[in-house]
Write a protein that binds this ligand. Structure first.
Ligand code: DQA
Length: 168
């Protein structure tokens, strides 16, 4: 999503149009840094959210963050995003493997989404290989720890830019 160059200005000088991205963290991710650090790393959720907002400012994205341990609260927050956000980044935590409700909500609000996991779920227990949202998201990033969220934000920026240039 780039602003049109005016007059003799070339598009290389154009700034990305501001976009809004909602980042949703599911259950137990509030314990990041303390919970199984050998699996999830030592970075705290507040640090991830702060870095996402900083990166967002650099690349022209307003980042909103939300964490809940409750499936219904996650459904409510994604519903509230309908028409208000350009992209959703979601780590549904354990709800990844069970929640039809979160899947239905993402489809229902029609907001493009990226699924993020800190760990590579395929290297772990077999039950973690199933995701109720894998086939309805734009893409999935896993196994890179906190870095995966920043990669996902950059991927969202690129997808927003691509959809905008297709529209023109
Ligand atoms: C997780 C993987 C899930 O299987 C687990 O239940 C989580 C975190 C991850 O980020 O690696 O809570 O989503």
């Amino acid at each position: 999503m780039r602003q049109k160059a005016s007059g003799s200005e070339e598009s290389a000088a154009a700034k990305p149009l501001p976009a809004v991205v909602l980042v949703v963290h599911g259950p137990n991710l509030n314990l990041l840094g303390e919970r199984e650090p050998e699996v999830y790393g030592r970075t705290k959720l507040a640090d991830i959210d702060r870095k996402l907002k900083e990166l967002g400012r650099e690349i022209g994205i307003k980042v909103e963050t939300f964490q809940s341990n409750s499936e219904g609260a996650i459904v409510d927050r994604i519903q509230a995003a309908r028409g208000n956000v350009h992209f959703l980044l979601i780590n549904p935590g354990a709800y990844t493997h069970t929640s039809v409700a979160i899947r239905d909500t993402i489809v229902g609000v029609a907001v493009p989404a990226i699924e993020v996991h800190l760990s590579n779920v395929y290297k772990r227990e077999v039950f973690r290989r199933r995701s109720t949202i894998a086939d309805i998201v734009v893409g999935r990033i896993m196994g890179f720890g906190a870095e995966g969220y920043y990669l996902a934000l950059r991927a969202a920026r690129a997808a927003i830019d691509a959809s905008h240039s297709e529209a023109n």
